[in-house]
Design a protein around this ligand. Structure first.
Ligand SMILES: [Zn+2]
Ligand SMILES: [Zn+2]
Length: 156
């Protein structure tokens, strides 16, 4: 697969037990979706309301899915103020270089603030797995469709 940013060939890289595709040139990261049903509910115990509020700001992205070449949608992942692109066909997510490190730093800071012992690395690994669940992906797709549909209609 080719990098949606710079067209370099993505290379497989294991990060915290998770297989990712990383661009050796711009260091962006592709997370392909996996069917890991229920995992998000086991790892992240969000209420349904909160789940719905985790994503916002859907927009058309200039990047194309490395798997099917369809234009991706970009969205803001509110939990960690993370901007990501995703393929509506459910192939995966694209993270810009350094975004994963930034999230990890945020988690570490939170860990210190709350005096928690949970390792930020473990939580980040769980977080990445969470993004790959079918349930998360389906909800994201529904929300994007709803938001973009609303936007294309004239407002009075
Ligand atoms: Zn690249
Ligand atoms: Zn795709």
């Amino acid at each position: 697969m080719k990098c949606p940013n710079c067209n370099a060939e993505l290379v497989q890289k294991k990060r915290d037990r998770i297989e990712t595709e990383v661009c050796p040139s711009c260091e962006g990261m592709w997370l392909s979706c996996q069917e890991l049903a229920q995992l998000e509910d086991e790892v992240f115990d969000f209420g349904d309301d909160k789940k719905g509020s985790l994503m916002f700001g859907f927009d058309a992205s200039a990047r194309k899915c490395p798997q099917c070449e369809a234009a991706m949608k970009s969205f803001q992942y509110r939990l960690y103020d993370l901007e990501m692109d995703f393929c509506e066909e459910g192939h995966g997510y694209w993270l810009e270089a350094g975004e994963d490190k930034r999230v990890l730093e945020l988690m570490k800071k939170e860990e210190i603030d709350l005096g928690r012992k949970a390792l930020a690395e473990d939580r980040f690994a769980a977080h990445l797995q969470f993004l790959r669940t079918g349930a998360f992906r389906d909800r994201l797709r529904d929300m994007a469709a709803a938001v973009l549909d609303r936007r294309s209609k004239p407002t009075f």
